[in-house]
Design a protein around this ligand. Structure first.
Ligand code: UD1
Length: 431
């Protein structure tokens, strides 16, 4: 199993590049299930969750080709023949977002059989809202032996009001509704930029969607969708991780190929912390020469402060002067990184959904365990400023969503290396 070894103390200097958004790439790949034509996606990040999605589609009979060399961020998908519209537990258990295939499969094939995702380290994470929405669209749903089976000759447009805002739920039903008979109006939708990116692709494929990125999305169903070419938006969570790294290490870092308009909530909080930043259309420069001040954050749906940046922000808070209160509103069990940060010397008390961080405390290197994707990113950030050599175990969590994290940080001056056998796994042919 791979480990990251990080020696802290170096300010990050220079330019670091942001990859395409994993959370936009996943639904866009699933969207290719809606057509028998070829879908070409550019700016796909090379991360493990994308590889899992490739396997998921390949198991159904799709041809998914990942680019090599200069085209390494291109993925070409052809779902002409879908022999088995099924997603097995083996794949779904490693990536909850696999449920994104449910809506497109039932819309295109008239039936789908997808494993329930089961428990997850960061909370229960049910998919009841996906199921309810598909029922509203006329699908018959049966849950049996840990699988959801959905069937419908053709889905029918309907009004769907989400009881709770769900990102992949919005995306799943948006895809399903594109091929439904008649108009669908979805209320209380997720407004994340990744939803809007998916709608952009679907409209290029011939869908008729209005309002993606707002709480109300209207979809006029069409009988057929076609091939398209689309470039995925930049990963705002990876960009945020780099910006926090620049601030935390007292560096001068230019975070390139991002979209600063997706980062407003973070930038506002960084300003409150005393971090200096400047932005252009596609980059953020962060200058970490001021002492950091404590500030409170509350995670919310977009455009609020993202839960996916909470762990990384906590690492920053350990180095800020004063008390920061971090409230996690989206997931009920998303403070696993706090324990590991405490082992490195942080002063953090958990009170239900709130973490109280008292800073500034010096951090010292320790052997720590990555528990989920964003938690591992916060440990990398803490290690970058810790005294000594931190060893982060279970790096596969970070590989799910960060492309070549050690190469990118090394390029801007971090002392970071990987030990283990990552390469054969990442490029393994098995599907
Ligand atoms: C997506 C992101 C993930 C991010 C999360 C919240 C992807 C692939 N993943 O996850 O990185 O952390 O949004 O921004 O885009 N819920 C229900 N019933 C449902 C669905 C969700 O109760 O059917 C609850 C969840 O348990 C959670 C909340 O709604 O408490 C939000 O979850 P949701 O937005 O669905 O998260 P994901 O789409 O899984």
């Amino acid at each position: 199993m791979d480990k990251l070894i990080i020696r802290g103390g170096n300010p990050l200097l220079g330019t670091i590049h942001v990859s395409g958004a994993k959370n936009a790439a996943l639904p866009c790949i699933a969207a290719a299930l809606l057509t028998e034509d070829q879908v070409i996606l550019e700016n796909i990040p090379q991360v493990r969750d994308i590889e899992t999605t490739r396997k998921l589609l390949a198991a159904m009979g799709a041809e998914v080709e990942l680019g090599y060399g200069r085209a390494q961020h291109r993925t070409t998908i052809s779902c002409k023949n879908l022999a088995a519209p099924e997603a097995s537990y083996e794949l779904v258990k490693t990536m909850r977002a696999s449920t994104l295939v449910l809506g497109p499969l039932v819309a295109r094939c008239g039936r789908a059989r997808v494993s329930l995702p089961g428990g997850c380290a960061i909370g229960a994470r049910p998919i009841d809202l996906h199921i309810k929405g598909l029922e509203r669209l006329g699908a018959k749903i049966v849950q049996d032996h840990g699988y959801v089976e959905a069937s419908a000759e053709r889905l029918k447009g309907a009004e769907i009001i989400f009881d709770k805002i769900t990102v992949t739920g919005t995306e799943d039903l948006l895809m399903a509704a594109t091929l439904a008979d008649g108009e669908t109006v979805m209320q209380n939708c997720a407004r994340e930029p990744e939803v809007a990116d998916l709608a952009d692709l679907l409209n290029k494929m011939g869908a008729r969607i209005e309002g993606a990125g707002t709480p109300t999305i209207r979809i006029k169903g069409v009988p057929k969708l076609y091939g398209a070419k689309h470039s995925i938006i930049p990963d705002r969570i990876e960009a945020a991780t780099f910006i926090i790294a620049g601030a935390l290490t007292g560096g001068d870092l230019n975070v390139e190929d991002c979209d600063p308009t997706h980062l407003d909530a973070l930038m506002q909080k960084l300003q409150e912390c005393g971090v200096k930043t400047t932005s252009t259309k596609h980059s953020v420069r962060v200058m970490g020469d001021n002492p950091l001040k404590a500030t409170d954050i509350v995670t919310e749906e977009y455009p609020g402060f993202p839960t996916d940046m909470q762990a990384q922000f906590m690492a920053l808070a350990t180095q800020a002067e004063g008390t920061s209160v971090i409230t996690e509103n989206i997931f009920e069990n998303r403070f696993m990184h706090a324990q590991e940060l405490v082992r490195m010397g942080a002063n953090i008390k958990i009170e239900g959904r709130r973490a109280v961080v008292r800073g500034k405390t010096p951090l010292s290197a320790a052997a720590v365990l990555a528990s989920d994707l964003r938690a591992s990113a916060s440990l990398v950030l803490a290690a970058l400023v810790a005294d000594g050599e931190t060893i982060i175990d279970r790096v596969y969590h970070i590989d799910r969503g960060y492309e070549n994290i050690e190469g990118k940080f090394k390029g801007v001056g971090a002392q970071i290396r990987r030990i283990g056998e990552m390469l054969p796994k990442r490029h393994g042919a098995g599907s």
